[in-house]
Design a protein around this ligand. Structure first.
Ligand code: GAL
Length: 466
């Protein structure tokens, strides 16, 4: 009886332990599942959502990484050419860059579509809304073409709003001297605000030109380019840095302005040659630890200089490193991903487009290694001309680590106010295809790719808030 009694007990016991093992297993699995769900669900506690989605797995990101191809035929050179364009390149055969620079080119509509008609497909109704059309005319919420060239974007945590600042160039293009570059008088820094990075409200000119005082840095016939704004957490001020120059680009300085609000007005504080060196194309970068850096082309554009700003962001310190020495790069746009610093730069060919390079570094002070041309898709010439545009800023997409927007300018030297914006997805992912030229070990860097799209949109759920 005992045995008979025991057996079922044992049986019961065995079944029980199996049951409890499977119960434990199921609870562990359940917990893991819940944890997984939790990490992917938006936490709406009124704060910025911390959730980060894996961009590589997101179907809409795969869509962004499918490079679109282009087929543009160069027309026979019998088309009308402007005398100025003919003079510029008298002997060479016509290239697409010549066509791009020629205001009478029959290919004008390829580079500057919808020219003058100001029909903005970015704002088309229905399914086409929220698409970016790189190179088209982009309108603000009042229906006016956006004037924020050579610009950059600040995300304002306080108002949960994006602010886009850039050169307001809505004036006539002219040449100050016979050999001078095409220019527009300073009007000021245009500012636009947006919650969705697509609908842009004009906030006005937040730093205006000086009309009367010829000795003022911002006197209208001088140069104000590439304004960038960063927020100082200690002082609570918005600080703007910009390239300040005279019409011949010999002053080669940086200027600083300050405001209590992201929408200005900014109070101009003055200019300097940083660290005593000439400074032309520039940007500022605020690191995760709150230290901000000024990065500028120097020594006649032959190298870049990088130096930290003072705590209040209003000045440079005495620390400066020379990087990309002898490489003649400009239009720097810096960003960071998983502790590595990246930078996109252009070559130095004025308003004419040229080939972009991506660079990477473990420390912001370098050494910076060139990783080659990041452009993917379009066609070869599109890739060799950065899609006929020049870098100005790289904006991280908050919830998709490794995903950014490259902001670039498609300059229109015949009519600078009609320069266009080329924003494209920039993705840092996977190892480099090729070992680096100067690296004897395996590459440390992830590949940076900028994908050409005739039209594209941000993936669903990109936003910090719903
Ligand atoms: C480019 C520069 C622009 C502007 C232009 C003038 O090289 O990136 O910001 O200065 O030259 O020609």
């Amino acid at each position: 009886m005992r045995n008979l009694y025991r057996k079922p007990t044992n049986l019961h016991c065995n079944a029980g332990s199996r049951c409890s093992i499977s119960a434990v297993l199921w609870s562990v699995l359940g917990c893991l599942f819940l944890l997984h769900l939790y990490s992917n669900i938006d936490h709406k506690d009124g704060k910025v959502e911390e959730v980060q989605l894996r961009s590589s797995l997101h179907p809409q990101f795969r869509e962004l990484q499918q490079a679109e191809l282009l087929n543009i035929q160069i027309p026979s050179p019998k088309g009308k050419r402007s005398p100025r364009a003919a003079k510029r390149r008298p002997k060479r055969t016509t290239t697409l860059v010549d066509e791009f620079m020629d205001e009478n080119s029959p290919l004008r509509h390829v580079f500057f579509p919808g020219n003058k008609s100001v029909v903005d497909p970015m704002k088309a109704a229905g399914n086409d809304s929220y698409y970016y059309y790189p190179g088209r005319v982009w309108l603000d919420t009042d229906g006016n073409p956006i004037q924020a060239h050579g610009g950059g974007i600040l995300y304002d945590e306080k108002s949960r709003t994006y602010y886009w600042y850039g050169e307001y160039k809505d004036g006539p293009t002219y040449h100050a001297h016979k050999k001078g570059t095409a220019r527009v008088d300073i009007i000021g820094v245009g500012c636009y605000s947006s919650k969705d990075l697509w609908t842009w409200k004009h906030e006005g000119i937040v730093l205006g030109a000086e009309e009367k005082n010829e000795t003022h840095d911002l006197y209208k016939s001088d140069v104000l380019e590439r304004p960038k704004v960063i927020y100082n957490d200690n002082t609570g001020k918005y600080v703007m840095w910009m390239h300040i120059d005279d019409a011949n680009y010999t002053k080669a300085a940086v200027g600083v302005a300050i405001s209590d609000t992201p929408y200005g007005p900014f109070n101009y504080l003055g200019s300097q040659r940083p660290h005593g060196y000439d400074s032309r194309d520039m940007t500022v970068f605020k690191d995760d630890d709150g230290v901000a850096y000024l990065i500028y082309s120097s020594e006649n554009n032959s190298e870049l200089h990088i130096g930290p700003l003072t705590e209040d962001y209003l000045n440079v310190t005495s620390v400066m490193r020379r990087v990309l020495i002898g490489q003649r790069r400009e239009a720097p746009a810096l960003f960071k991903h998983q502790g590595t610093y990246y930078m996109i730069t252009s070559g130095c060919t004025g308003w004419a487009p040229n080939e972009a390079l991506a660079h990477a570094a473990e420390s912001i002070f370098g050494p910076w290694e060139a990783m080659g041309n990041p452009c993917v898709g379009g066609n070869k010439l599109f890739r060799l001309t950065t899609f006929f545009a020049q870098s100005t800023f790289v904006l991280p997409l908050p919830r998709f680590p490794g995903s950014f927007i490259l902001m670039a300018d498609r300059w229109n030297p015949a009519d600078l106010r009609d320069s266009r914006y080329v924003w494209l997805p920039l993705i840092v992912a996977g190892p480099l295809d090729q070992p680096l030229q100067h690296s004897f070990e395996f590459s440390l860097w992830s590949k940076v790719s900028i994908y050409w799209h005739r039209k594209w949109r941000l993936p669903q759920g990109w936003s910090r808030f719903k």
